[in-house]
Design a protein around this ligand. Structure first.
Ligand code: 2IT
Length: 448
């Protein structure tokens, strides 16, 4: 597997200790891939058992969430909060509300969050949580009751200087509002304990846009550095229609790109002359029936039901913004065949490992989500700062800071990759740069 005996030992220990946790094991495997050179160069990593420690969460909470449906029936979901690593700051990371959620998925996301948060340069540790509850198809009252029940357990473990959750898939401003209300009732405190809050009670301007906008700023840096180019005139595919996807599409369009395709769980939309991304945002803010509603307005748009077919469309830049494992090896082959030059992840690990390897081998410059989608959590960090100071910045101030942060994440990943002799390997750059800061903090803080 790995050249290093140490890395093999770590990998095997994770596989035997976490049977069946395939998403988490995958995330560890991808990360360890980048550690070969570093563990050889720096023996303190092994002496201090840094990797042994970093692959084990500091704390894991799993709890029962009983709630009542509108019809009076009782439902029971499982809630999770994984506090993965607090070496550089309070645990920070979103809450995913989706039927697919299990411990493996939350651990994978929490593990990624450690390095992502480190790359932002802000003092945030890594954590993640959520539940196998999906708000899709539920009434507002049901969602409120679920969020209240979830928070009656979660509030024991979180705090503005301990662990600061936010949204993720299925958990937007509405859910954060209900969660925050219950936290306030239980603790009697108005604090920055959650981010992604509504603007009327401590939220930050530009938090909603941050992940998608940040992804496009990051990709602009890739275009500039590697291709001496920009988004102008480029054909772009954005998968997904959620918060990340629609804001990525808007920003790419504003920078002069043609967004040729987008998708959601029902299929994809394709127009070689470019989709009306503002209309898509308007529709998707209101309904999940984006494909049908858009087709009513633009009958000539091409649609398809198989979400993988979106990767068969010709593009210069691919921005996967839906969810994990949406690009497999076959999809990667299609992208290469059709001339895609850059793939930057807006979702968390949407590209499978063998697909990443194929893309890189075939000249596609790849950016991992932990670098290119860090804009969301970065603005969450800025929301924490504003809350702690009891002030709020303007949209332009926050967006300006976001832009600078994305630029500095890119430069850090690029310079690190270059130092290791692989300037196009942003996964290597992101993993190593993210890791080094956490490692330093872990060593300085002693064996805790
Ligand atoms: O994956 C992510 O970075 C997020 N869901 C955002 C986390 C946050 O704390 O804003």
């Amino acid at each position: 597997m790995y050249k290093s005996e140490y890395l093999n030992r770590i990998y095997n220990s994770v596989v035997s200790r976490c049977p069946g946790e395939k998403e988490f094991i995958n995330a560890v495997e991808e990360f360890l891939d980048s550690m070969e050179y570093l563990v050889k160069k720096d023996p303190t990593i092994e002496e201090q058992a840094i990797l042994e420690r970093i692959v084990v969460p500091e704390r894991v909470f799993q709890f029962r969430v009983p709630w009542m449906g509108d019809d009076g029936k009782i439902h029971v979901n499982t809630g999770y909060r994984v506090q993965f690593n607090s070496a550089i700051g309070p645990f920070k990371g979103g809450l995913r509300l989706d039927e697919s959620v299990n411990l493996s998925i939350i651990k994978f996301l929490g593990f990624e969050q450690i390095f992502k948060n480190s790359l932002t340069g802000l003092p945030m540790g890594g954590g993640k949580g959520g539940s196998d509850f999906s708000p899709v198809g539920k009434s507002d009252n049901e969602i409120m009751r679920f969020c209240q029940a979830f928070m009656t357990e979660l509030y024991h473990f979180i705090g503005p200087d301990t662990d600061v959750p936010a949204g993720d898939l299925g958990c937007g401003a509405r859910e954060i509002g209900y969660l925050y209300g219950m936290y306030k009732k239980l603790t009697k405190e108005h604090t920055g304990v959650l981010t992604g809050k509504g603007l009327s009670f401590g939220g930050s301007l530009a938090r909603t846009e941050a992940t998608g906008f940040g992804l496009v700023y990051f990709t602009s840096e890739m275009l500039k550095k590697y291709k001496n180019d920009s988004f102008k005139g480029k054909k772009v595919i954005v998968s997904g229609c959620g918060n990340v996807a629609k804001h990525a599409a808007l920003k790419a369009y504003d920078l002069g790109a043609t967004v040729v395709a987008m998708s959601n769980i029902q299929g994809y939309l394709y127009d070689e002359n470019g989709l009306d991304v503002y209309k898509i945002k308007e529709i998707s803010d209101k309904t999940i029936n984006v494909i049908d509603e858009y087709k009513k307005l633009h009958p000539n748009v091409i649609t398809g039901e198989n979400k993988h077919d979106i990767w068969k469309i010709k593009c210069d830049i691919a921005l996967p913004c839906a969810t994990q494992n949406e690009i497999n090896l076959e999809d990667a082959k299609e992208l290469v065949k059709n001339g895609c030059k850059i793939l930057a992840e807006g979702a968390n690990m949407p590209t499978e490992l063998d697909a990443i390897k194929y893309l890189m081998k075939n000249g596609v410059i790849f950016s991992p989500g932990k670098a290119s989608n860090a804009g969301g959590v970065a603005v969450s960090g800025l929301e924490m700062t504003q809350n702690a100071e009891h002030i709020s910045w303007t949209f332009d101030e926050v967006e300006g800071k976001l832009k600078e942060i994305m630029k500095s994440i890119f430069n850090l990943c690029y310079e690190t990759a270059k130092e290791f002799g692989e300037p196009e390997n942003l996964s290597l750059g992101a993993n190593v740069a993210g890791f080094l800061k956490v490692k330093d903090a872990m060593i300085r803080e002693g064996l805790v």
